[in-house]
Write a protein that binds this ligand. Structure first.
Ligand code: SF4
Length: 111
């Protein structure tokens, strides 16, 4: 099993989750993070750290965000590691509670 980052992360990318991950399982995209399912040890430490409640255990991902499980696996192979907490994206507070952000997903790697 793994944990999964879902839609609320888009355009926020607070990354408090990264600071508590014992195995550096997070990868950074241009406007969200994902978890590498091959690295995640299912410890659950990251879940309560997320200010947008974007992280779920794989079996508890809400149905409306079910496709994020595959999205995490796909982009974990393409995006760079992120091993330390960074500044949230500039408009994170503005986007934090916005719904239906999937169309704003950016497939480019973060930097
Ligand atoms: Fe890292 Fe644990 Fe979160 Fe998996 S569940 S990404 S190992 S903090």
């Amino acid at each position: 099993m793994t944990y999964v980052v879902t839609e609320p992360c888009i355009k926020c990318r607070y990354s408090a989750c990264v600071a508590v991950c014992p195995v550096d399982a997070f990868k950074m995209g241009a406007n969200m993070l994902v978890i590498d399912p091959d690295s995640c040890i299912d410890c659950g430490a990251c879940e309560p750290e997320c200010p947008t409640t974007a992280i779920f255990e794989e079996g508890e991902v809400p149905e409306k965000w079910a496709d994020y499980t595959k999205l995490n696996a796909t982009y974990a192979e393409q995006w760079p590691d992120i091993t330390e907490q960074r500044e949230a994206l500039p408009d994170a507070e503005k986007w934090k509670d916005v719904e239906d952000k999937k169309s704003l997903f950016d497939p480019n790697p973060g930097s």
